[in-house]
Write a protein that binds this ligand. Structure first.
Ligand code: PLP
Length: 336
């Protein structure tokens, strides 16, 4: 199966590395002795949780901002993400000295709003749903010429996330697999394009939570499908891939070798293991790779890297999990 003509190439990803150098951190790749013992193969962790906003998403946002022309920069950028993408857009704008407007629904908790304001962005509270926030961004695009930076389905965003694979294969050319948390698929698409261009036989494995796994369901259906969003410890993996998806769906269909689903208890154990073994604070989305391995759902045949994608977790939730206490997600109680 072929890639869309406008999909980023290895050259685009190399150029994204130049554009993000000095702004995104070149993150460390560390060995995980306990996970390696469990796998019978060397397991390495790529610590994207150490990025300035606590997640990899600034790679894509910085690259997208670097491609704007003078007029687009003058008019500013925006998005309506409550999570790591919103922070990434705010951070990238501040570093480039341009204006960012983040539209959030009135339901978004104040702590998340403050985190985005602290990065220097203007926050607009609009309506009571994500749809209302998106409608406001669409209006600003039309009226003020603002550029909406999408969270995953855009070639410049995908190329930025792909810089992770360049670092991985520079550090460890012998990697046999890369295990990637999977939601909209910007992260895994960029990684897959770069890694397979450099090393065609490397395996690219996506891991999602077992309820509301939009890309997994879409790959099974052979076309982008809607999923019902269910509260999860891996909240950064929620949401759809867009029924009008242009890039990440075809790229995943062509280049992702396998998708694995993990349950809430498994994600809980993944977070607990990363803290217990490595003293790493991670959010649920970042722990799905370790979760799949611990659950016996991941078979490795050589050295493998797991993307530890972020650490933006509610402190009370994290402390409960680290201490082995039950946590409540929606109306579900999760125990390890
Ligand atoms: C956004 C995000 C993901 C998933 O990335 P996609 O490009 O949407 O697949 C994984 N982990 C964290 C922490 C994220 O913020």
């Amino acid at each position: 199966m072929s890639l869309p003509e406008t999909a980023p190439s290895l050259a685009d990803i190399r150029s994204a590395r130049d554009a993000t150098a000095g702004l995104a951190l070149r993150t460390p790749l560390i060995t995980a002795p306990s996970l390696s013992a469990l796998a019978g193969r060397e397991v390495l962790l790529k610590l994207e949780s150490l990025q300035p906003i606590g997640a990899f998403k600034l790679r894509g946002a910085i690259n997208a901002v670097s491609r704007l022309d003078h007029e687009q920069k003058r008019r500013g950028i925006g998005c309506c993400s409550t999570g790591n993408h919103g922070r990434a857009v705010a951070y990238a704008a501040a570093r480039a000295g341009i204006r960012a407007t983040i539209c959030l629904s009135a339901l978004v908790p104040d702590a998340k709003v403050r985190a985005i304001q602290l990065l220097g962005a203007e926050v607009k509270r609009i309506g009571n749903s994500q749809d209302a926030a998106q409608a406001e961004i669409d209006r600003l695009v039309r009226s003020d010429g603002l550029t909406d930076i999408p969270p995953f389905d855009h070639p410049h965003v995908i190329a930025g996330q792909g810089t992770i694979a360049l670092e991985l294969l520079d550090d460890r050319p012998d990697l046999s697999a890369i295990i990637v948390p999977l939601s909209g698929g910007g992260l895994i698409s960029g990684i897959a394009i770069a890694a397979k261009a450099l090393k065609p036989d490397i395996r690219i494995i996506g891991v999602s939570m077992d309820r509301g796994a939009a890309m997994h369901e879409s790959l099974m259906a052979g076309r982008p499908v809607d999923v019902t969003e269910v509260p999860s410890l891996a909240d950064s993996l929620g949401g759809g891939i867009g029924l009008a998806n242009r890039w990440t769906f075809p790229i995943c269909r062509a280049l992702v070798d396998e998708t694995i689903l993990v349950g809430e208890e498994e994600i809980y154990r993944g977070m607990q293991a990363l803290f217990g073994d490595q003293k790493l604070v991670t959010e649920g989305a970042a722990a799905v790779g370790p979760a799949a391995l611990i659950a016996g759902k991941l078979k490795l045949n050589g050295p493998a890297a797991m993307i530890i994608s972020g650490h933006n977790v509610d402190p009370d939730q994290f402390l409960a999990i680290a201490g082995g206490q039950p946590v409540k997600i929606g109306d579900q109680v999760i125990r390890g």
